[in-house]
Design a protein around this ligand. Structure first.
Ligand code: M8O
Length: 219
């Protein structure tokens, strides 16, 4: 990038945040080196709410990515920026229909499932109801994802290449397990998750591989 000194990107991330995890997968797949600044979503009511971090991300959420002298927020927007500026190892298909299918799956997960089982929502719903609530919304969304995948999945979510849809799916499956969702009605989702669980880029992005993963949760 011209004569400017390229700084290593910095990802504000939390080990168990599914949205941070999506971006970690994309960075790893594209082999972009990056540093992690851990933001604890639980310590002292959440470091994401402190004044300093609010300057980085006005939604007081992770992830945020400092890259190319810019501060970017929102995982999908970040992943598309990476795709557009770092074309190596494409994470979007060339075919327009397939691109639409990738965006569809990303959107169902990132708008239709994850925000409904996000930490701030579960705190609002309350301890007694939170498990049932999260299960309900994840199952509702996964019924749609499974149906969409039945039309477009190959080895992965859309065809036989890994795309941004896979970056969104795997962390959401982890959350489904965390809330004890019965995944048996979703055989395509389960197959793709199994296909990717040992992929090096996905393994390195896994919560248990993160510097801020508590020792008791590390594998
Ligand atoms: O350790 C915790 O319990 C706190 C936060 C999370 O898991 C992250 C989320 O808010 C859920 C998500 O990423 O979808």
């Amino acid at each position: 990038m011209g004569d400017t000194i390229e700084e290593k990107p910095v990802l504000y991330s939390y080990w168990r945040s599914s949205c941070s995890w999506r971006v970690r997968i994309a960075l790893n797949l594209k082999e972009i080196p990056y540093d992690i600044k851990a933001v604890s979503l639980i310590k002292g009511g959440g470091e994401q709410h402190c004044n300093e971090y609010r300057e980085v991300n006005p939604m007081e959420q992770v992830p945020s990515l400092i890259i190319d002298g810019h501060t970017l927020v929102e995982s999908l927007s970040i992943m598309h920026y990476l795709e557009e500026t770092r074309p190596q190892r494409p994470l979007m298909p060339e075919d327009c229909y397939k691109r639409a299918k990738v965006r569809e799956i990303c959107e169902v997960i990132s708008s239709g499932i994850q925000p409904l089982q996000n930490l701030i929502v579960l705190i609002y719903v309350g301890e007694d109801k939170k498990k049932e609530w999260a299960q309900h919304w994840i199952m509702r969304g996964f019924r749609a994802v499974e149906k969409l995948l039945s039309a477009c999945a190959g080895k992965y979510c859309v065809g036989d290449e890994i795309t941004l849809a896979d970056c969104c799916l795997v962390p959401q499956v982890f959350n489904a397990r965390r809330f004890h969702v019965d995944l048996r009605p979703f055989p395509i989702i389960l197959r793709i998750d199994r296909e990717l669980e040992n992929h090096p880029a996905f393994r390195a992005a896994h919560p248990s591989s993160q510097p801020d993963c508590p020792p008791e949760a590390a594998k």
